[in-house]
Every structure is written in C-alpha cells, then in structure tokens.
Design a protein around this ligand. Structure first.
Ligand SMILES: C[S@@+](CC[C@H](N)C(=O)[O-])C[C@H]1O[C@@H](n2cnc3c(N)ncnc32)[C@H](O)[C@@H]1O
Ligand SMILES: [Zn+2]
Length: 332
C-alpha cells in the first residue's frame, strides 16, 4: 500500500540533509549517501533534520503551529462541506477550474491541508508539506476519512528542501513566507521547485492592507472581545472553538509576521526568472478581477505609478481578511 502511494513521489524526493535521492525501505525513507533514516508516522513521512541547527524563528513557528494547527476543521467537515467552502472562495474556485487534472501540485506550508484535499478531489497529484506534524495529522485524517487518494502530506522545513528542482507544475505558498525569518530566501527556495512554464502562487500580508489590522492588534492586544467586534471572520464566519482559536492566534498572537508590497514581489519574480502574471487584488487601479478572466493568463502591463497608487489605496480597500494579497508568476 505504502509502496504504491509513494512510488511516484519517491522519484522526486531528496534528502533534506545532503540533497541526494531517498529510497523507501520497510516503511521508512533512507538516504544511501548520508545514511539518515526518515520514519513514516501515521502515513506521514517525517523528512526533518535535527531541529538544533534550525533558525530560532523556525523553531518558534513550529512550536506555535504544533499547538494551534491552522486553519483546522469544523467537527462536521466532510468532502461535500470542503467542496462548498472551497468554492465560496473565488481564488480557490478559480484554481480548481483552471488547473489541469494531470497537474503536479506542491502546497508549501499547507497547514491542515484544506487546499491540498480540495484540489486532489479531481484526481490530481497534490502534495502538502508543513513543519507542523499536528496540522498534517488533521489533514491526513480528513483525506483518509474521505478517500482522497491523490493528496499526500510530508513533514518538512521548507528551508531544507525535500524535492528535486523543477518537479511541480504549480507551487503554492499561501500565508507562509511572511512567517519565516527570511521571506525572500523562502521565495527563492519555492521558486526552484517549479517546472519551466509552471506557476508559483504566493499569498502574503500586504504592507498597507495590514495597517488597520495591526492598529487593532496594537490597541486591543489583550481585549479579545474588542478584537471580535472588528474582525468579521471572528464575529461572523467562524462557529467552532478550534477554528476560532486557530484564526485568533494566527492573526493576533503569531510570533513572527512580515508585510510586503506588490512591487516587491514583482521584483522577486523577475529576479528569479519568472514572468509576473497578476496579483489578487489586482495591481491596477479600479480593476476588479471577474469571473470571465483567467487566473493564469497574464494581466496587461500596469505602470509602476499605477501599482504604487493602488497599493496606497489598499490602506482602505484591502483590509478585509487581514490585508492579504496573492501574486502569481510563470517560470520562463
Ligand atoms: C498561516 S498558516 C497557512 C496554512 C495554509 N497555507 C492556509 O492557507 O490555510 C502558515 C503555515 O506555514 C507553516 N510553516 C511556517 N514556516 C514553515 C517552514 N519553515 N517550513 C514548513 N512549513 C512552515 C506553518 O506550520 C503553518 O501551517
Ligand atoms: Zn542524505
């Protein structure tokens, strides 16, 4: 059973310690070069190196998300509820509509695996990696209960890569890089896993879109009730304690977060041999992305001045859901 499931994945895996190939031996992975043994626990390969050598922020973040897996599930979540919830998000719905069924997808920092599980329903091969084992356990349990055989989960620290370069058609890192000690370095690592012609999708907090959120956080840091009044997700959208707690802690108690601009990530994409395709919200002024447009089709060229003005406007236009934005680039 394990052989079948990991056969294809195995051919893509490398040792996080020495970057040589890994082999599957008796339900564990072994590196023939440095002889490191990587166990598989609850069907999740643990491809981690010794924590001692990690950056202090990475250790802190791991502890944080082990205690509070994000975004967690509602007790009654089933395959159909996952589909319904995922399709309510314009972005997730578009991803599902536009990504080919044969595509190989890597979700870096997949958390509790909602996106991996959702995209795997259409028989795609989707791999989620995360540093938090407790998050992956929830992700894997959901996949098992709902017979989602296309989704795979591996514990890994993104700074110590476990996949060969150019292995995936789509690489996604949604809400992850801004919780690392060096978001641009993390971006570079993610970018290397994308095949030529493939896409890299990055979700980050926006420098101006996050201002209102950060003010609320600063003034009401210990007043959860006040925060609840301002935060629409807490007050309107979340019902169960696990998901409430996960959102509250992720947004207001996170040990590390940074903010970024569209101009900054266009630069990241360009420097790493990607063509910038678009951002959500759009980089252009007063240009709402609508149903008829395609996510992976290049948006018209937007001038630097227009992007700058639009970014300033995000102070008021992009503070819903914590001032988040997404950038998409295609590898040349
Ligand atoms: C805010 S959550 C986002 C989860 C998911 N991508 C989503 O959109 O719901 C950030 C995730 O990144 C993971 N993460 C942070 N640093 C990481 C690292 N160095 N390697 C792997 N995962 C990491 C955390 O464990 C956490 O699950
Ligand atoms: Zn090795």
């Amino acid at each position: 059973m394990i052989d079948e499931k990991y056969k294809y994945l195995q051919s893509l895996l490398i040792c996080p310690n020495c970057s040589k190939s890994l082999v599957l031996d008796d339900e564990r992975f072994i590196c023939n070069q440095c002889q490191t043994i990587y166990p598989i626990k609850d069907d999740i390969p643990l491809l981690l190196t010794c924590e001692e050598s990690w950056h202090k922020t990475t250790k802190e973040i791991k502890t944080f998300y082990e205690e509070t897996p994000y975004p967690n599930y509602d007790n009654c979540d089933k395959k159909q509820t996952l589909i319904n919830k995922s399709k309510k998000s314009f972005f997730t719905k578009k991803l599902d509509e536009e990504i080919d069924y044969n595509a190989k997808i890597l979700d870096i920092g997949c958390g509790t695996g909602q996106l991996v599980n959702f995209l795997s329903i259409a028989n795609r091969l989707v791999v989620g990696i995360d540093i938090s084992f407790n998050s992956l356990k929830l992700a894997k349990n959901f996949a098992k209960k709902n017979h989602l055989y296309g989704s795979h989960f591996i514990q890994s620290n993104l700074f110590l890569p476990i996949f060969k370069e150019k292995s995936f058609d789509y690489v996604i890192a949604n809400g992850v890089l801004h919780h690392t000690y060096n978001p641009y370095y993390a971006f570079q690592i993610c970018s290397k896993k994308v095949k030529r012609g493939g896409f890299l999708i990055i979700g980050l907090y926006h420098k101006y879109g996050r201002v209102v959120h950060n003010l609320i956080k600063k003034f009401y840091s210990d007043d959860e009730l006040k925060i609840r009044n301002y935060d629409k997700i807490l007050s309107e959208k979340i019902q169960t304690f696990q998901r409430y707690d996960a959102w509250y802690k992720d947004q207001y108690k996170n040990p590390k977060e940074s903010t970024h601009t569209i101009r900054e990530i266009i630069n990241w994409f360009t420097k790493n041999n990607f063509t910038f395709i678009r951002s959500l919200p759009s980089a252009a002024l007063f240009d709402d992305f609508d149903e008829s447009e395609r996510l992976f089709e290049r948006q018209y060229q937007v001038s630097k001045l227009e992007i700058f003005l639009n970014e300033i406007l995000m102070l008021i236009t992009n503070n819903y859901e914590g001032g988040f934005f997404i950038g998409i680039g295609q590898k040349n």
